[in-house]
Design a protein around this ligand. Sequence first.
Ligand code: ZN
Length: 150
Amino acid sequence: MSDLSDLYQEVILDHNRRPRNWGPLPDATRSAEGYNPLCGDRLKLHVKIEGDRIAGVSFEGSGCAISKASASLMTDAIKGRTLGEAFELFDRVHEMLTTPIALPVDESKVGKLAVLSGVREFPTRVKCASLAWHTLKSALINPAEVAHTE
Ligand code: ZN
């Protein structure tokens, strides 16, 4: 478990410094915004759906290192996946984040996203880690076109 928590620190710092899939997505077909009032994290997620597949995804926003790293890891993990696979991954990550800290995490279910399980040591930060995933779910469920607020 301590290996995973070292890895957790390392991955969070790395993704916070160099977030993957960061920025606007001009040809996005969906977008959603997420807000975590407990920490002040704000996230805007852009998704391009082609047929049944997530052809492109990016995010923008401002938030703590955990929210940013989680969004960065998520966009990497769901790109190219089908919508069904993305929902399944949402469920698996949600299950992982809500597993009591005393219990081991089944890494085979979530792959490299297992590093996020380190956040369970800090219960107030679990919402920071899950924000991107909830935002993804609302982007995938809401059939509306991209809403431009500015
Ligand atoms: Zn946060």
